[in-house]
Design a protein around this ligand. Sequence first.
Ligand code: ATP
Ligand code: MG
Length: 373
Amino acid sequence: LTDPRSQALCLALEGAGHVALFVGGCVRNSLLGARVTDLDLTTDARPEQVIAIADAAGFRCVPTGIDHGTVTVIVKGLVHEVTTFRRDVETDGRHARVAFTASVAEDAARRDFTMNALYADREGCVIDPLGGLADLTQRRLRFVGDPAARIAEDYLRILRFFRFHAWYGDPDAGLDPEGLAACAAGLDGIARLSRERIGAEMRKLLSAPDPAPAVASMAASGVLAAVLPGADPTALPILVHGETKYPRDWIVRLASLGPTEAQDALRLSRAEARHLDILRTEVGGTRRAGELAYRLGPTIALDVIVLREAMLQIKEPLGWQDDLFYGATARFPLRAADLMPRFTGPALGAALKEREDRWIASGFRLDRAALMQ
Ligand code: ATP
Ligand code: MG
């Protein structure tokens, strides 16, 4: 938040007689000493005033969500989302109709959790209308206002509850009982959400350093089954433990939940769906580290090994790291031309494949001469 470019933007808004405050994740993460991913600012200036002020200061503006009061302001390559203070006028479980306000307290009241309703001015002075700082210090995720009412306004907050707990909650203390009960009571509303929004939250949840306790709570409260029917959370903690040496992508954690309709339910990208499919096939298969690495690359080979150990308690034989390395770097020494004219047509392909299989089974040791015979 001390970046001179953010400071310049705050100064420009203040110079025009407005309030400019950092809000949400960037304040929360700065206070925790965690990485700040996006910069959100709030102001009492109306969107058209923000644009005029930013234009005059020579910053680039994109009216990203002008109806919702958001203007993207780019200062020498640094992106800020500047949103006018808002209050909710009407909500339907998915969307909100908003009105602008001049009050920070009203703006805070429409945010989801107290630790996400922290504000800071450019000098680092924190404004905390709802006691979010105390909750953040105790790593306690608390809804702003009545949890059941806030969930009924936007059912995505159920998933956000588990997501933020996974990242910033106290794993030993567990979840706020009142919030948890409201999530369990409101889970029918999840079906009304778009799968894109659900997918985005699940991706962030499963990318947390250790999502296992949060996912276990999701399962116990019925929320996991509402999002991903058939998901089984039991292998996830073992996987996360095994990852201490080999950190894996979130999709591997998703695969550990067993067979689910994740591709559809979470709107996975084509590449993600393919990755998940391969993992599911290979986990139950017999290919060892070397062959996996040769055929699918070292990343997927490692995914499969870590997953097998977590899901099936199958350990890869000693020395597998070397095998994986050989497999990833090995080049099959024969070409089709080497077997001609002895073989032609479909027989040529079959002969080549048979030799490649033998070569893999030999641990990539058979050389050209041996394979030619
Ligand atoms: P991160 O970007 O690190 O995931 P964040 O806190 O910035 O965390 P965002 O989803 O980017 O989370 O939302 C920014 C802020 O907007 C939140 O901190 C919160 O104050 C508010 N917010 C976002 N989504 C909702 C929602 N569904 N209901 C209420 N407030 C929300
Ligand atoms: Mg954010």
